[in-house]
Design a protein around this ligand. Sequence first.
Ligand code: DX5
Ligand code: ZN
Length: 216
Amino acid sequence: MPRIISPSVLSADFGHLADDIAMLDRSEAEWVHIDVMDGVFVPNISFGFPLMPPIRKGTKKVLDTHLMIVNPEKYIERFAKAGADIVTIHLEATDDLHGAIATIKKAGVKAGVSIKPKTPVSAIVPYLNELDLVLIMSVEPGFGGQAFIPASLEKIAQLRALADELGTETIIEVDGGISSHNAHEVFGAGADVLVAGNAVFGAEDPQAEIVKMLNA
Ligand code: DX5
Ligand code: ZN
């Protein structure tokens, strides 16, 4: 699968959100990453439904929604209706992951599950057949701008090997502390999609940073 960059709106300038979404729409990024935090699953609150329509209105790119919330099953349908193309929930956030994945599929969008840095890749194996995407967190979820955890590279390689062995077409996405400085290593370990917040929106030329990451 060709490399994809998914810039995280969490690092955008919310005072000029429409401009930032328009910039992403013109960029080489194929996806737009939307980080929803509830202050319970993670120690931070970001934003929720009200931001979906303006983002959806501003771009036709794939809306890659990352729900860092407890009981995600309650809200999946609303995010799908609000324009999400992919809904990713956390393995650690629900007692019925099979049920939650089924709810995502029933909503007619692609299903992803994310694992936190301390959750082993083995925990995702029973769900691989049902999933379109696995999101490996390379920082503790909750905040942008943290440093990439190097042990994530081994987890990416492990998951790539497992997916190849099982013959599943799992998209591997990696999120946290990624920039053009380490994109080469992360893609090299077996990632398909890289999320980047700070690296893109903190760059003098965000579009150039996206291209640099793609060509890393
Ligand atoms: C963290 C979020 C990430 C974050 C990435 O909980 O899931 O998507 O925005 O930001 P950077 O790229 O700045 O680490
Ligand atoms: Zn994220």
